[in-house]
Design a protein around this ligand. Sequence first.
Ligand code: SF4
Length: 444
Amino acid sequence: MTYFFETYGCQMNQAESSSVEQLLSERGWTAAESVEAADLILINTCSVRATAERRALARISLFCSWKRKRPLSILVMGCMAERMRDALKKKYPILDYVVGMFERGEFSDIFSAIESGARYQKTDERAVNAAYYFAASSYQSGAFQSYVPIMNGCNNFCSYCIVPYVRGREVSRSADEILAELDTLADRGVREVTLLGQNVNSYRWDDPSTGTTVDFPGLLRLIARRVEKRDGIRWVRFMSSHPKDLSDDLIEVLATERVFCRFLHLPIQHGSNRILSEMNRKYTVERYLSLVERVRARIPDIALSTDILVGFPGETEEDVQATLDLIQKVRFDAAFMYHYNPREGTKAFDMPNRIPDAVKKERLARVIHLQHATTSSIMRERVGKKVPVLIEGTSRNDSTELFGHTEYNEMVVFAEPLDPSLIGQFVDAELKRLVGRTFRAVRS
Ligand code: SF4
C-alpha cells in the first residue's frame, strides 16, 4: 500500500511526520509517486498562523472530494487536529481519522485497520493515551541530517501564541531514549542533528531509576560524551531557546563542547519593553542584551539568530523604531521575521488596537530590509575564511555544482566541479565571494 504526506509548519511537525513515515515503512508501506496515486493521504497540520490552517483546510476539502470517487483513506494530524477535532469531523464526515496531539500512540492500530480494510474504532475518545508520545526515531531514510525531539509542549503562554493550547504543557523525553536515538542515527550515517523543543532550555528529566534530574546543560554534556565516542555525528544544534531560561551553565557547555554548533537561536520577538511585557515574554530588552553580551564574551565566534514579531496589537511607530535599533545594536547573523497573526483563544486575540494589515506589512518590510542588509554585511566580513561545509546535494541551477551549509547555517555553493559522492560529507572550504546571501567557495 502507498502513502503520501503533506506537512505544514515547524520542524517539530517535520520530525513527527518522519517518525510516522518510518512506522509506515516498517509495516511495508511505500511512498506514493504522487498524491493522486496514494492509498492513504496524511496531512500534518499547523495552527500557528491562520493562513497555514486555511491552506490545510483547502487540501482536506480537495482530498475528501477525491474520496467520493475512489478508495482512499485520509488522516489529519498535528495542531489543527488537536484544536479543531470536532469541527473537522463535522465539516468533513467522510474524513477517516483525526489524530490529536495526545493520540499518536494509536497510529499502529489505525494502520492495521486500513491494511485489513476495516475501520479503527476507539473505545474511549480521549482517555486512550493522555500523555504525549515520543516516537523512537524521526530518521528519514537516506538523510544525513535529522531532527531529534527532546521535549514537547510549552508552559510560557506568550500572549500571541497558540502552541501551549494545542501541544499542552512541557513534557521532557527520557535522556536514555534521546541517547539511543543518537546512536541509531550515527549508525545510519547521520552527520548533523537538531534537538527540538518549544523551549529546550527548560528540559528536565527526572530519572526514576537513579532518582537524579538531568537539566538541559546536563543533557548536552551526556550527548557530547556519547557522540565523541563514535564516528558520525559532528554537528549538534538545538532550538528554540527562551531567553529567560538560558543559563550560564548552558553558555559554558556551548563554549567547551565543540560538537555543539557555534550557532544560537535566541528569539527576542520585539525591541520594545512595553510590547515584550504585553507579549508576556518575561524579559526586558536590557536583560536580553546583557545575555547576548555574556554569550559573546564567552564564545566570541558564535552566530546569533532570532525571531522578530512585528505588528503586535498597540504597536506604535516608536516601538517599531526600538526594534530597528535593537537589530542594529545586536547585529543578528540571521532572523525569522513575521507579522502578528491573531489566533482565537490566545490572550492577544482580545487585545485592542489591532494594527491594519497594510501597516503590519509595511513595518515588516522595513525590519526585513534592515536585517537582510545586516546579514549580508556580516557575511561579507567572512569572505576569505576557511570553514567546514556539510554537502547537501547538487545545485538547482547547475547539476555539476554541489551545495551545502556552514556551522552558521549559511548557504555555500562550490564554484568548481566536485565528486557527488561527497554529498553527506564534510568538506573544508574557502569562502571566495558572496552572491546575494550565498557563498561561492572552493575546496581548501
Ligand atoms: S515560548 Fe512562547 S512563543 Fe514559544 S511556544 Fe511557548 S508560548 Fe509559544
